[in-house]
Design a protein around this ligand. Structure first.
Ligand code: G6P
Length: 491
């Protein structure tokens, strides 16, 4: 955190993302502040607290307008402000076309290649362009110099980097793509593929979680644009502008000593959770924590539990999966259908293997706050992450970070970016139900000594490669590029 401040030495940092870090909502008890379920927000927020600066995002809470000043700004975190949140208000048409439509029915399935067909509508594209322009205008309005550091987040803003570059040619624009990038064939179905690529190449640095996504992006540019590519340096030159394409695996803020001191001991967490859920003392408790999204492999996970109970009937009555699924994007039909499908499958498996006082799957389709999740992670024997495709996935990192008792087993999809670093997890192909069922069995019988060995190593990796290192690497690369720019300008 301190290092980041030194690196920035008073530079102005502006973050742009769709989702805001704090949502003010009206309730019967007055205005309450909520944190959204978003990997992006979880990762970027601690970085922003370290940098100060301004975060521009879509105001989405029912009381968001009540707490801002005349310039739509509010200091956050609430109560002890460390940076400024500047809210942008979107009309219903803008939100429908830009957010639900182009971003989440087009780009999201396009990039995840999740076997859900992307939908591309001309009207959504028009809104997407217009909203990108509105956010770009806000960046320009917020800039106090001609060369601020602008951190652009995710697939909602593919066009914004070039829009900002046109107005602030000397800005350092770091764009981070939090989701996967597909291969050129998959990407080619997007009717506006050239515009998207040209927009992104307005960035000084374009970051993905893994080398694999960088490679896919560079190949896509190679296929569809007249650009010069220096493969050795991962550098793309387009319209005389250079973009460095680099991998920066995102992470979490490692829990502070103060936070750790606030946790109940793991056995106490276990007792509380078991009491609350009415679980028998000898239950093996597995947890899944996701947004309720079809990319997360929740259905495959339920099938794996079913297969486990078929293959190993000794677990009937003793193995429980608690699935927490935070509702998300639920105006979209694809998400509604998915929720129904999961509810039906849960019911079916519970009918098949349930007994009085026992259900193998407990589904909670609700948002849980940070403290509730910490307690759940600390109570569990197994954490199951079976994404069909995921840029990184932070649930697995959060799970190991709170297990200071060095117990618990992580089952992790090979298609989550995190699998590249978290090699001591039990790695599975979530499409292979048999393999996942076997991994659940293996996790359930894993001796404490082996659990300790694996999780201690995973904890070391995440502690070391924390979110400040993610931001630090990107900013260090940005610093080098600013230096080069100054040298070039002198020549
Ligand atoms: C993913 C995306 C984020 C997004 C989050 C939550 O992590 O990469 O950009 O904020 O999902 O989705 P939502 O649509 O609720 O913001």
């Amino acid at each position: 955190r301190g290092l980041l401040r030194t690196q920035l030495r008073g530079e102005q940092v502006i973050v742009v993302s769709n989702r805001e870090p704090y949502i003010h909502a009206k309730t019967d008890d007055g205005i309450v502040v909520k944190r959204p379920a978003s990997g992006l927000v979880a990762a970027v927020e601690p970085v922003m607290r370290a940098c100060s600066g301004t975060w521009i995002a879509h105001g989405s809470g029912s009381a968001d307008r009540d707490v801002v000043d005349a310039n739509d700004r509010v200091g956050v975190p609430p109560g002890h402000a460390e940076y400024t949140l500047r809210r942008i208000w979107l009309s219903a048409e803008e939100e429908q076309g830009y957010y639900y439509g182009f971003a989440n029915e087009g780009m999201w399935p396009l990039c995840h290649v999740a076997h859900v067909r992307p939908v591309f509508r001309e009207s959504d594209w028009e809104q997407y362009k217009a909203v990108n322009q509105r956010f770009a205008d806000a960046v320009v309005a917020e800039a106090r110099s001609e060369d601020p550091v602008v951190l652009v987040q995710d697939y909602h803003f593919a066009l914004l980097p070039a829009m900002v570059r046109a107005r602030l040619p000397r800005a350092t624009i770091l764009t981070f793509w939090h989701i996967p990038w597909p291969n050129p064939e998959s990407f080619s179905i997007c009717p506006w593929r050239k515009e998207i690529l040209e927009g992104m190449l307005g960035s000084t640095i374009l970051g993905f979680h893994t080398r694999y996504h960088c490679k896919n992006f560079i190949e896509t540019v190679d296929r569809f644009l007249e650009a010069r590519i220096e493969h050795e340096h991962s550098m793309i030159t387009f319209n005389d502008d250079e973009t460095l394409v680099e991998s920066y695996p995102i992470s979490i803020e490692w829990p502070s000593d103060a936070e750790r001191a606030s946790w109940a001991p793991a056995p106490e967490c276990r007792r509380r959770v078991f009491d609350r859920l009415g679980l028998a003392a000898d239950t093996v408790l597995a947890v899944g924590v996701d947004r309720f999204d079809y990319t997360k492999g929740i259905l495959e996970r339920l099938h794996a539990v079913e297969r486990l109970l078929e293959k190993h009937p000794e677990w009937i009555g003793r193995f429980v999966l608690v699935q927490i699924a935070a509702p998300t994007r639920d105006l979209l039909e694809e998400y509604q259908l998915f929720q129904q499908r999961i509810a039906r499958t849960t019911e079916r498996v519970n009918e098949r293997f349930g007994r009085p006082g026992y259900k193998p799957i407990l589904l909670f389709a609700q948002h849980h706050d940070h403290d509730a999740l910490t307690e759940m992670y600390r109570a569990a024997d197994v954490c199951v992450v079976t994404s069909l495709h995921d840029g990184m996935n932070l649930v697995c990192k959060e799970f190991v970070s709170v297990r200071d008792d060095e117990q618990g087993v992580l089952v992790l999809s090979r298609f989550a970016g995190a699998a590249r670093e978290m090699t001591e997890a039990l790695i599975v192909n979530p499409y292979h139900v048999e393999e996942t069922a076997d991994a659940l069995h293996r996790a359930a019988i894993m001796p404490p000594a082996e659990q300790r060995e694996r999780i201690a190593s995973l904890r070391m990796t995440v502690r070391e490669n924390n979110v400040f290192r993610w931001a630090g690497h990107m900013l260090a690369d940005a610093g080098r590029s600013r230096l080069r720019q100054r040298i070039d300008e002198r020549v």
